[in-house]
Design a protein around this ligand. Structure first.
Ligand SMILES: *Cc1c(COP(=O)(O)O)cnc(C)c1O
Length: 389
């Protein structure tokens, strides 16, 4: 018996499927194997220099050494609003419709605390970013998982959500471009979402961390581009993936002012906002020229264009990513997500992520992140060919 038993909310957390994989990874590494880690969704390239330089200047400003405001500098929120107007043609009031976040994960994790009562339902994509479900649990809510299937373009089939679930549901979480499937949603889908949310009085919480990592001429859209969307939608945006800034911890949420204020209420009580120097660097990032994000997209595109044809040549049937830096791959016959990941790790020294780590419907897939140089991706392909499956 432990003297300090963990709370049920921690004990009830879904099993950490990566623990076994982490252990195996260390075991293989200890054997002296040169490991190619294509598991983590963390950009490998550094933050662009002009952003780092701005940060250096901002740290010297004494006003930045004090507590920031919980909702963020108005100058950062204005930069975010201007960026939304430029990129999506969406108008936002920076003082009431934008809140600065300590990374979008922070906002997503806190959001249900503001709007979910014990027993309330939350609609969660499966496979999906684990935070939607965990945040729901922490708020005492119940997740209803919506399968994302290849035959539906990895969009949830909203008509299949049972009536009794809808009667109790408060929030619909969505994430496009999607981690882990790389799917993109179109205007038709967002229109359907909005109609559905109106009909069932749902909040739409859209995680848009990957809108700038795209490969098609047609850019991913914001649900806020639809007329009336601001009535019930909030979007969580992040500088992490767009500008190679995962370590800096800065993002923002935009949309309906009551929803934005709800996050603010939680934040005032649990954190004290983002270091103002980081917000200054964030302004620098959001006002970057397109050449910065073009270069980042080009990097992932080149890697994608090596990996995807290479996997096909090996007889696999990967989903061709139109956005994000992930490749979602059905496992070969005879394998599960976990056994295929183990095979690649133990025989070829390649780390990938088992699809079931993102939810039940991710079983039968693995995810490869395009976060290593082309040379390493080629090396991974040649090792896969050598070991077979
Ligand atoms: C990386 C990621 C985020 C979180 O990014 P932050 O670094 O917290 O801003 C949010 N959602 C998805 C789907 C992600 O992959």
């Amino acid at each position: 018996m432990s003297r300090f038993p963990l709370s049920t909310r921690i004990k009830d957390l879904p099993p950490y499927l990566f623990a076994e994989l982490d252990r195996k990874k260390e075991e293989v590494r200890a054997r002296g194997v040169d490991i190619i880690d294509l598991g983590v969704g963390d950009p490998d390239r550094p933050t662009p220099k002009h952003i780092v330089d701005r940060m250096k200047r901002e740290t010297a400003v004494p006003a930045n050494h004090q507590y920031p405001s919980y909702e963020g500098l108005l100058s950062f929120r204005s930069a975010a609003a201007n960026w939304y107007r430029r990129r999506f043609g969406v108008s936002l009031d920076p003082s009431s419709e934008v809140v600065t976040l300590i990374g979008s994960k922070e906002g997503i994790a806190h959001f249900p605390l503001a709007f979910v009562n014990p027993g309330d339902g939350v609609l969660v994509p499966d496979p999906g970013y684990p935070v939607y479900h965990i945040a729901t649990m922490f708020a005492g809510g119940r997740s209803h998982f919506m399968p994302l299937l290849r035959e539906n373009g990895f969009l949830p089939d909203l008509d299949r959500v049972p009536r009794p679930v809808l009667a109790k549901a408060k929030i619909l979480f969505l994430n496009y471009p999607n981690n882990p499937t790389s799917a993109v949603a179109d205007r038709k889908f967002y229109r359907k979402v909005l109609g559905f949310a109106e009909e069932h009085d749902l909040i739409v919480a859209h995680d848009v961390a990957y809108t700038e990592i795209y490969f098609d001429a047609k850019k991913p859209m914001s649900i806020l581009e639809l007329p009336g969307a601001k009535k019930r939608c909030i979007e969580f945006h992040s500088l992490s993936k767009t500008y190679n800034m995962t370590g800096w911890r800065i993002g923002f949420a935009v949309g309906n002012p009551e929803l934005v204020a709800g996050i603010g209420k939680v934040k005032t009580n649990v954190d004290s906002g983002v270091f103002q120097a980081v917000q200054g660097a964030g302004i620098e990032a959001l006002t970057s020229g397109d050449e910065i994000t073009d270069a980042i997209r080009r990097t992932y595109r080149e890697r994608r264009d090596i990996l995807v044809p290479g996997l096909r040549a090996l007889g696999l049937d990967p989903v061709e990513p139109r956005a994000t830096f992930y490749v979602w791959i059905p496992v070969p016959k005879g394998y599960t997500s976990a056994s295929f990941c183990s095979h690649l790790l133990e025989e070829a020294g390649i780390v990938t992520t088992p699809g079931n780590g993102f939810g039940k419907s991710g079983e039968g897939y693995i995810r490869i992140a395009l976060t290593k140089e082309k040379r390493r991706i080629r090396e991974a392909l040649s090792r896969m060919q050598k070991v077979g499956f």
